[in-house]
Design a protein around this ligand. Structure first.
Ligand code: ATP
Length: 221
């Protein structure tokens, strides 16, 4: 059976989630108080409905409690976002993801039972900043305040060397999860794997250790 998603709030964030889920063949119920936005999504998602996320009865009659995953993408109105999340938690929805506007909002959402809190503007800012500082950082994903995953482009310092030669795990305490070369991806590469210029290394580890690795083996701008 197809997974059922409900997205409450059809701004840029909620809207792109709706589109992407629909493209992946999921059943999506899109909800917003703004009729124009709902109309814009009526041909994209399975159902698009004008309703207020803070209206418990409206959510009940839409059967939101039975959805596999509900995404609360209400932005500026923090009070509405919190109240909607609280209602979903009381319904016992099994997965609730909420977009936070700031750190205080995030703290409250975690306390009242959101299963996942996302902070897209902040996270994208961090990723772009890493990319600006180091031309070798293609992408950056913060796993926690101490750990992250980065994609690094192999430059002259490491090309034509094997993973055994580089001995990255022992020297820097980080792991190379995969090596991407063009369209190919080699997951859990062997030590004998030779790195070529332009390969993309997907590295996981403590942020301090990844920084050390970047400083030692990857050119900064
Ligand atoms: P984005 O950055 O995703 O564009 P935003 O952070 O600027 O969004 P808003 O535009 O304030 O956030 O809200 C996103 C959507 O949520 C809007 O389309 C708005 O109509 C809708 N919305 C606001 N309050 C409610 C509510 N109580 N119930 C349902 N939808 C709501």
């Amino acid at each position: 059976m197809k997974k059922q998603f409900a997205v409450i709030g059809l701004g840029r964030f909620g809207g792109s989630i709706c589109k992407s889920l629909s493209e992946q063949g999921m059943e999506v119920l899109a909800i917003d108080t703004d009729e124009e936005k709902v109309n814009n999504f009526s041909t994209i998602v399975t159902h698009a409905v004008v309703a207020d996320g803070t209206d418990e009865n409206a959510l009940k009659s839409l059967g939101v409690r039975n959805f596999d995953h509900v995404i609360v993408a209400i932005g500026d109105n923090i009070q509405a976002s919190i109240l909607t999340t609280l209602i979903l938690e009381e319904f016992g929805v099994s997965h609730i993801t909420v977009k936070a506007q700031n750190d205080y909002h995030e703290k409250v959402l975690n306390k009242i039972g959101a299963h996942k809190v996302v902070h897209p503007e902040r996270d994208m800012g961090i990723r772009i900043a890493h990319n600006i500082v180091s031309k070798n950082v293609l992408d950056y994903l913060e796993l926690s305040k101490d750990y992250s995953i980065v994609e690094l482009i192999a430059g002259e310092k490491i090309c034509n060397k094997t993973l055994i030669d580089l001995n990255i795990r022992a020297k820097y305490g980080v792991n190379i999860m995969a090596v991407k070369r063009g369209d190919d991806i080699n997951v859990s590469p062997h030590g004998t794997e030779k790195i070529l210029q332009g390969d993309i290394l997907i590295v996981i580890g403590a942020i301090v250790d990844i920084n050390k690795l970047e400083n030692a083996l990857f050119d900064k701008d």
